[in-house]
Design a protein around this ligand. Structure first.
Ligand code: APR
Length: 243
């Protein structure tokens, strides 16, 4: 490792479904992944929601039930511990499961939204948190205007929340260290964040049991589950840093 902890002033982290796999949250493309058993075009597009909002909400109700029973794992907790080590630490996640916040992370940028939030589909643009499991009404409605509510997540074919994307890009470009944990690095624009960090000279570490399109570009690739590799990596780094 040719960078010491004392040289780092800002850190960015990009996580994907793999960071929550050991908590029991299914990934999308791995073995038993959601997209093996369901067609994204039937459940995670504006068109699918328009065609059959009940079907889409039944699927989100199932996912909320499953995720509601999951707890953050050692990888989530390690990222929370790392956060307090730097003034400039940004945790960018593609996950909608809310487990980083549940673990106590404060600087979370949710690129793809959060499935514990809903928003109105009509003019009032209201968004609110709803953690009821199971949902009381399917489909749920806006408490303000009674219009159909939708999950406050980003579906295929939709653009990301601009503020979140700009914050993520800025963090990637200014960091000296980037950790990329549990993502297949296939979905844009999130998959470009590590490339932006590399281009800015950052030291990039990938944690994933499987190789990804990013693996040849990173400085370190740990081919192990996140809840094993990340706590150990952090312990070694802090131990080395205190030598
Ligand atoms: N620890 C670390 N990585 C893991 C673990 C684990 N325990 N288990 C699986 N992985 C890795 C897999 O090898 C895979 O590369 O996590 C990755 C999960 O990839 P995807 O299922 O493609 O999930 P992700 O990269 O987050 O998908 C991006 O695609 O479907 C959309 O909006 C959805 O946010 C999602 C986006």
């Amino acid at each position: 490792m040719d960078m010491s902890i004392s040289e780092v002033r800002s850190v960015a982290v990009l996580t994907g479904a793999g960071v929550s796999a050991e908590s029991g949250v299914p990934t999308f493309r791995g073995p038993g992944g959601l997209w093996h058993n369901h067609r994204p075009e039937d459940l995670a597009t504006p068109h699918a929601f328009h065609r059959d909002p009940r079907l889409v909400w039944e699927w989100y109700d199932w996912r909320r039930g499953l995720i509601g029973a999951c707890q953050p794992n050692a990888a989530h907790h390690t990222l929370t511990a790392m956060e307090s080590h730097w003034d400039d630490f940004v945790l960018v996640t593609q996950n909608v499961d809310g487990l980083h916040r549940l673990a106590g992370s404060r600087t979370v940028v949710e690129l793809h939204g959060n499935l514990w939030r809903m928003r109105c589909t009509r003019g009032c643009h209201r968004a609110w948190e709803d953690r009821s499991v199971p949902l009381t009404d399917i489909p749920p409605r806006c408490p303000e205007c009674g219009a159909l509510a939708r999950p406050d997540v980003v579906w295929f074919g939709e653009s990301l929340p601009e503020e979140a994307l700009l914050a993520a890009l800025a963090a990637a470009r200014r960091c000296q260290l980037m950790l990329v944990v549990g993502t297949s690095a296939l979905v844009q624009p999130a998959a470009s964040l590590p490339l932006a960090a590399l281009q800015s000279g950052a030291y990039v570490v990938e944690i994933n049991p499987q190789p990804t399109p990013l693996s040849d570009r990173v400085h370190e690739a740990l081919r192990e589950p996140a809840a094993v590799a990340l706590p150990r990596w952090w312990r070694n780094w802090t131990a080395e840093g205190n030598r």
